[in-house]
Ligand binder design. Structure first.
Ligand SMILES: C[S@@+](CC[C@H](N)C(=O)[O-])C[C@H]1O[C@@H](n2cnc3c(N)ncnc32)[C@H](O)[C@@H]1O
Length: 342
């Protein structure tokens, strides 16, 4: 947003905003107002958004994710948005390292497939040297939040753009071999045709291009302890359902139409069929899982726990930081896979 104030005055106001930010605690509304006066907010129209909705009737998956977003509170100030990114790393041990956030990506094109309300699009914009960051999602609500958030950050101008797609879209609307780096966190397990999407993502990634994808990990404390024991046995939820069915309803909201949970080998096979070289890195952990671990011994001793869950819990080990591992990999729900297009 251009400001009517002369640069010298704007600089002083911006300095005051940054001092206030240090003391403001949760008083972000005031900080946002000052940033606006200083000309540091931009109109949302400054962030390009390609809307392809008219080509597709929204299906069940699109409708659910239009109603529901992972974080639906709009940010009011750039500093608040930055701080949230740090908090997210604190809440998920190993998340940052495993997902290789944010990397250098100098002059590269990054695609964040299923960007949601924009944490990683904003993070790549602020912390990588990519020349273009594309966020794509089925949810107009999530894209609206991403767009408004990017508008808080001057770094996004001319570099970030957003594309509205649909769950039943058979094409990713980008040219062949146009993307250097693919990022997708917590999306493909919700897609009706994850392998079809991965084939398309393979088409748009350049030969030699890399990627990092998170899908839900079946070898996780979330499935074998939190779902099978805490939710189903202790809380008596999801009676008569398998743990995998219960997982679909306890991970992203009870009405979530689809949330698959893959063994590493299952998802590696899907990536390879889509044409990628792929490697499993491990599962990063959620606070819910770390809290559930206090009940591990009680779960193992409980007669109603199915043998497969007990065997998993008995095989758990801990790393030097006390984080649970299973067969040499971290046992969190965020299963991370590194990809490369040969
Ligand atoms: C759990 S959120 C993750 C958002 C973001 N990647 C993050 O890490 O915070 C899942 C996102 O996937 C999107 N999504 C679901 N199905 C999709 C599909 N078939 N294609 C693209 N995005 C999809 C949803 O709209 C939602 O924003």
């Amino acid at each position: 947003m251009s400001s009517i104030l002369p640069p010298r005055v704007r600089k002083r106001i911006a300095g005051a905003a940054s001092r206030l930010r240090r003391y403001a605690g949760e008083g972000w509304r005031a900080v946002g107002a000052i940033e606006r006066v200083a000309g540091r907010h931009h109109p949302v129209e400054a962030i390009p958004l390609r809307d392809l909705r008219d080509r597709h009737a929204p299906g069940q998956v699109d409708q659910y994710w239009t109603r529901h977003t992972v974080n639906s509170t709009p940010f009011r100030a750039a500093a608040e948005s930055r701080r949230y990114l740090e908090r997210r790393f604190d809440e998920h041990p190993r998340f940052r390292e495993m997902m290789e956030l944010y990397g250098d990506h100098r002059d590269g094109v990054i695609l964040d497939y299923g960007c949601g309300p924009g944490d990683d699009v904003v993070g790549f914009t602020l912390h990588s040297r990519a020349k273009r960051i594309i966020g794509m999602d089925v949810s107009p609500r999530a894209l609206g939040l991403t767009r408004a958030r990017l508008a808080l950050h001057g770094e996004a101008l001319g570099r970030a753009e957003l594309i509205q797609t649909a769950d039943d879209a058979t094409r990713v609307p980008l040219p062949d071999a146009s993307v250097d780096y693919l990022h997708s966190g917590g999306v493909l397990h919700h897609a009706s045709d994850p392998e079809g999407v991965l084939r398309e993502l393979h088409r748009v990634v350049k030969p030699g291009g890399r990627g990092c994808v998170m899908v839900y990990n079946q070898h996780s404390v979330w499935l074998h302890l939190y779902t099978a024991y805490t939710c189903q046995i202790v809380e008596g939820k999801f009676a008569g359902q398998s743990a995998l069915d219960a997982f679909t309803h306890n991970v992203d909201g009870e009405d979530c139409p689809l949330a698959r949970c893959y063994t590493p080998d299952e998802f590696l096979a899907i990536c390879r069929r889509a044409g990628f070289e792929a490697e499993f890195v491990g599962g990063y952990l959620s606070r819910t899982e770390l809290d559930a671990l206090a009940d591990r011994n009680a779960a193992i001793a409980h007669p109603a726990l199915a043998p497969a869950h007990r065997a998993f819990l008995e095989e758990l080990r801990v790393d030097a930081d006390g984080l649970p591992t299973y067969r040499g990999f971290h046992a969190g729900v965020g299963g991370v896979f590194r990809l490369r297009r040969p």
